[in-house]
Design a protein around this ligand. Structure first.
Ligand code: CA
Length: 240
């Protein structure tokens, strides 16, 4: 069964009192809150905690909220709400097409913030689910760059993660080594084709897969690799 999504919120606000107030309120609503006061910290936290929603103040010291929003959007579809100081800034923001999902003008009530968060999460929930690929007991979380096998985290290198994501996104489809190199490494050098074999071998080790009797990644001789579609639950229970 797919685990319930955790509820992590990143709040980027340089005014300590405001940050504390928002954090306390959201914690009370059951959120795991990560707060910071600069864009630089926010980008770091984005990769470290992979929040489910981001509350981002526009006026920040150093890197502006606009730039932070752009940087986040370049890599993530996470629901994002911007805080602005003036109503007319919202028009400006909308014109910039930064990719924020909503805007709240200060001052705002915490109840309003809570309602807006629920709204952006509702709107994004379908896209959100597509960010997780589930094959048998394997869950690949594309947003968090996390792989879990039967609930336990599997540590993969970025390249291994990419290869697994590509294969898993179209289970049953055969990929050539060249296609995998191209997709996972973005560049093709001579001799790299065979390096895929090493990555696959490491992947199998980490997933506890057996190349002779694969459960996840199958070798297609003379061609490349494919992800095996999940076996039925009945098979699983027989194995246990
Ligand atoms: Ca501010």
């Amino acid at each position: 069964m797919q685990r319930a999504p955790s509820r992590r919120v990143l709040v980027v606000e340089d005014e300590p009192k405001m940050l504390a107030m928002i954090a306390q309120f959201l914690e009370g609503e059951g959120w795991e809150v990560y707060g910071c006061g600069t864009g630089e910290e926010a980008l770091k936290l984005m990769t470290e905690v992979a929040p489910d929603v981001v509350i981002l103040d526009w006026m920040l010291p150093g890197m502006s909220g606009l730039d932070v929003c752009r940087r986040i959007r370049a890599e993530s579809k996470v629901p994002l709400i911007m805080l602005t100081a003036k109503a007319d800034e919202v028009d400006k923001l909308l014109g910039l097409e930064l990719g924020a999902d909503d805007y709240i003008t200060k001052p705002f009530s915490l109840r309003e913030l809570s309602a807006r968060i629920r709204a952006v999460l509702r709107r994004s929930s379908s896209a959100w689910r597509e960010d997780r690929i589930k094959i048998g007991d394997l869950v690949i979380d594309l947003e968090r760059h996390e792989v879990r096998k039967a609930g336990a985290k599997v540590q993969l290198t970025p390249t291994e993660f990419k290869i697994l994501s590509i294969l898993a996104a179209s289970a049953g489809r055969v990929y050539s080594r060249l296609q995998l190199v191209d997709a996972a490494l973005g560049e093709v050098y001579q001799g790299y084709e065979r390096s895929i074999d090493t990555h696959i071998s490491n992947l199998r080790k980490k997933l506890g897969d057996d190349s002779a009797q694969p459960k996840y990644i199958d070798t297609v001789y003379g061609v490349g690799y494919k992800m095996l579609p999940a076996r039925g639950d009945a098979d699983d229970s027989l194995e246990r």
